[in-house]
Design a protein around this ligand. Sequence first.
Ligand code: PLP
Length: 436
Amino acid sequence: MTHDPKSPVGHNRESRLFYQSRSRRPLIERSEGVYMWDVDGKRYIDASSGAMVSNIGHSDPRVIAAMTKQLEKASFAYRLHFENDAAEDLAIRLADRAPGDLERVFFVSGGSEAVESCIKLARQYALAKGQAQRTKIISRFPSYHGATLGALAITGYTPMHAPFAPMMVDQPKIPAPTCYLDRDDLSDHDRGIKYANMLEAEIIKQGPETVLGFIMEPVGGAATGALVAPDSYYGRIREICDQYGILLIYDEVMTGAGRTGKYFAAEHWGIVPDILAVSKGLAAGYAPLGAMIAPDRIVGPVLDHGGFIHGYTYAGNPLACAAGNGVLDVIEEDNLLENASTNGAALKDELTKMADDFAMIGDVRGKGLLLAIELVKDRDSMEPIDPKHMAAARLVDIAYDMGLIIYWRRTRGGYRGDHVMVCPPMTITKEQFADI
Ligand code: PLP
């Protein structure tokens, strides 16, 4: 059938695109701030910032102006032919804001690419140090680190991992500190240490000389539902990695660029990871952008040992980096870190109060504006409402029909939880909570 791309629009229009399934979605007409409108004029409040991406809200004219200015100057400059100011500036600004000695920046186009880059840098660093036997990256279950095969191998998320498991080198996993399922108090120091010590046990089991690194999300994403560990966990993990000479990799793809109320979540616990991945909020949906940030003590030996054997065509893309600079300007001009912290705490309180009226709310957790609600049959057993873990999916659909966008990822497969993510843009006001 011939297809006229100009008409008709919306659901009447045949689509050549495909994503996960055959289901169709309304066609977007425009977006502004925390709101989005479809072509039928229906308004949605974006209470998940897309997939925890649109941190500064939609269609901010300052970012559009920064991107336009870059396009008018030079639309593309390939990194092996030219340096570009947008990438150089953003790298300096990220290095200034990153914890400790993290000062060298490698740009990519998304979260999976950022994580792939961390794996490759860790491996090449081991090679540069003459430790070729280090090949393993320990991660946590559940966790999410990306869809590409390298990132997927270190991901503890059964629905996406299972079909490809036979094609990937199996990487060791330790349990994530899902304290809430055991109704543990997050201030329980011993619990944090107990969970962290599982890393030490795994390192010993694997043989410390074979382990490259340990990767973790400081606050979990959609696979775990904004999982926060007891404070003691973070320091003990750092200690164990130091003790065994293993690189600590922080996956801040979702938490980075302000979502938890600090520019990087590592700052909440005063941790300096060895390598850090950031994406989503970095260009906040205005362009595809991610970055790996690492110290010169790791990057230097790799560059001196045959160079970093890795790279993508769009690395350091001027337009994407101009968007990143524009987003950072907005975060700082509008004091959005403070807003994420204060209004995140206020929104968490509001959601927690809802638990008085809704017995299905088993737990409200998270940091800043990275929040999740656990849906349970009853709070004593913490069993999910639906044995197939589809209550969150149902809630997300009901909310969507009512014009509220919240987020859900399937959690079945060795994981007991069923949760929805509530993560509006950092621009959200207390008055807009009512809409949510
Ligand atoms: N790491 C984390 C913690 C994430 O939350 C995600 C995406 O949700 C990724 C990696 C992969 O990012 P992307 O989907 O941009 O490739």
